[in-house]
Write a protein that binds this ligand. Structure first.
Ligand code: LMG
Ligand code: NDP
Ligand code: PMR
Length: 404
């Protein structure tokens, strides 16, 4: 565990690397500078076609996996069971967006392997997702692939409808999918005309999560959760968050204008298009949204809302648009220099913990891991924990996705 500072940072900026919070450490810094910092600085049947079997499941409110694993005669026993026993007997149902590669796929695998979870892989490319699941060795009793394109509100709404038709309870939703367009010179847009990174990573997930909250509320699972993947690069209280261009939502004027690049800027803060900044801004939105969900709904619904930085998974598809030299140097840079590197498998286990570990049930938390892979509650940057900005972001996002 280590909190580090670097000479490129102004003295007022605080940074951390992986480490326990609430500690003050002294260690050689990133550029050899030694500093002490306080803690806070630092294809087959796995599709959603509705068949008669599913309709019966729908009536019974049971997950597909339960039916596959048990005979019909065992199901009434579940209904008759004492409430506590009922809570723990069935498999959990978890939707993971963007489970066709990287972190999402690794998390799907980690959860499916336990035999305790039915993973709904919500993906824009159905065939790719099926192939990915197969080559990852996820067994078919433990997953379904459903089509979801977060860059289209129609697709998000259609997904929710299709999921509801399955009749299975929803216990955990993981908003994981993302796009990163660091080399784009011009913005690209979602179906409804929002800049693609914020449109996909934030607005698509915002609509999805708002709609599926109703389903989560109905779950009788022991711990129901809504998880939105965040990142260190959106947090300007870290070294990684200070690599230009830095995240900054400003006064949200671009978002208020519709992020369409026509009569408004494509950037949330109203500035010139910058793909790397748009991604980092979208991650700030993800972390603010998680906290606003927590403030608005945790008490009323009992749902746990959480975000996380899983570590730097330097080889995922996220960097597919970056220049080849970056893709070549970035993994060794993270492995040997920053030591922030984490494998897809390890990152998947971390997110799987946030999904299912009873010790990570606290709501409103941004989880990180130290170098021994122990989780801790991390501190968000000033902007990523700004309650007023979170409220404004929520209200504007509601309008943009058509919920207000
Ligand atoms: C922005 O540039 C772009 O403007 C934007 O469009 C978008 O692309 C965005 O975030 C994406 O980037 C930001 C700028 C950072 O990025 C760069 O200029 C490129 C930096 C590339 C860094 C990639 C990591 C590769 C590092 C190479 C090291 C290879 C090491 C392999 C080691 C193997 C070990 C066995 O701009 C800044 O951050 C400004 C500050 C720059 C600080 C100076 C950088 C120091 C480099 C630190 C690396 C240390 C290298 C030591 C080399 C040792 C070699 C043995
Ligand atoms: P990947 O590119 O490997 O995975 C992203 C996934 O999102 C893919 O499955 C992709 O689908 C999917 N996706 C993209 N656009 C859409 C869309 N419009 N609709 C539905 N799905 C879509 O990247 P990572 O695994 O690295 O990223 C996963 C999460 O982890 C992201 O939220 C990212 O911000 C976060 N993260 C990543 C870090 C890293 O170091 N890699 C660090 C910190 C956070 P397809 O396969 O079809 O392209
Ligand atoms: Mg960063 C402790 C140092 C640290 C960590 C944990 C990360 C994570 N990065 C660190 C440091 C640095 N990075 C430094 C010193 C530099 C300048 C050389 C640097 C550069 C850099 C670039 C150009 N880093 C990057 C990029 C990207 O394009 C990645 C990005 O910003 O994607 C949005 C990235 C990342 N660095 C990370 C992590 C986790 C990323 C990727 C993804 C993300 O946040 O989702």
């Amino acid at each position: 565990m280590a909190f580090k500072s670097a000479s490129i940072l102004p003295s007022s900026i605080s940074i951390y690397r992986e480490g326990k919070s609430n500690a003050s450490l002294k260690e050689a810094g990133f550029f050899g500078v030694s500093v002490s910092l306080p803690s806070y600085l630092k294809a087959d049947c796995n599709c959603y076609l509705i068949r008669s079997k599913e309709l019966r499941r729908s009536e019974l409110q049971l997950p597909i996996g339960t039916i596959k694993a048990q005979t019909a005669t065992t199901t009434p026993a579940i209904d008759e069971a004492a409430p506590e026993a009922k809570k723990t007997r069935r498999k959990g149902n978890v939707i993971i967006t963007g489970a066709s590669s990287g972190l999402g796929l690794a998390t799907a695998k980690a959860l499916a392997e336990t035999g305790q979870w039915n993973v709904i892989m919500a993906c824009r490319n159905f065939l790719k997702a099926e192939r990915a699941a197969k080559s990852a060795g996820i067994t078919k009793e433990n997953y379904n692939v459903m089509h979801l394109d977060l860059a289209s509100f129609d697709s998000v709404r259609q997904f929710v409808e299709n999921f509801r038709r399955l009749g299975m309870p929803l216990d955990v939703l993981v908003c994981n999918a993302a796009v990163y367009l660091p080399t784009a010179k011009e913005p690209s847009f979602t179906a409804e005309g929002f800049e693609l990174s914020v449109g996909t990573n934030h607005l698509g997930h915002f609509l999805l999560a708002r709609l599926l909250l109703d389903d989560l509320k109905l779950s009788d699972y022991s711990s129901k959760r809504l998880i939105i993947v965040g990142s260190i690069t959106g947090n300007t209280n870290t070294l990684a968050g200070n690599v230009p261009p830095k995240a900054n939502l400003g006064d949200l004027r671009g978002l208020a204008g519709g992020l369409n690049g026509i009569n408004s800027s494509p950037m949330i803060d109203g500035g010139e298009f910058d793909g790397a900044k748009a991604y980092k801004d979208s991650k700030v939105c993800n972390m603010l949204t998680m906290q606003e969900f927590h403030r608005r709904y945790h008490e009323e619904t009992g749902v746990t809302f959480a975000s996380l930085y899983p570590g730097c998974i330097a080889e995922t598809g996220l960097f597919r648009e970056h220049i080849p030299l970056f893709r070549l140097l970035f993994p060794p840079f993270q492995k040997y220099i920053t030591k922030g590197y984490v494998s897809e498998e390890e990152a998947g286990k971390r997110l799987a913990q946030v999904v299912s570990d009873p010790t990570l049930a606290k709501s409103g938390v941004y989880w990180s891991w130290n170098k021994y892979s122990s989780s801790f509650e991390n501190q968000l940057s000033e902007e990523a924990s700004d309650t007023e900005k979170a409220r404004k972001l929520w209200e504007m996002s509601e309008k943009l996705v058509g919920l207000a």
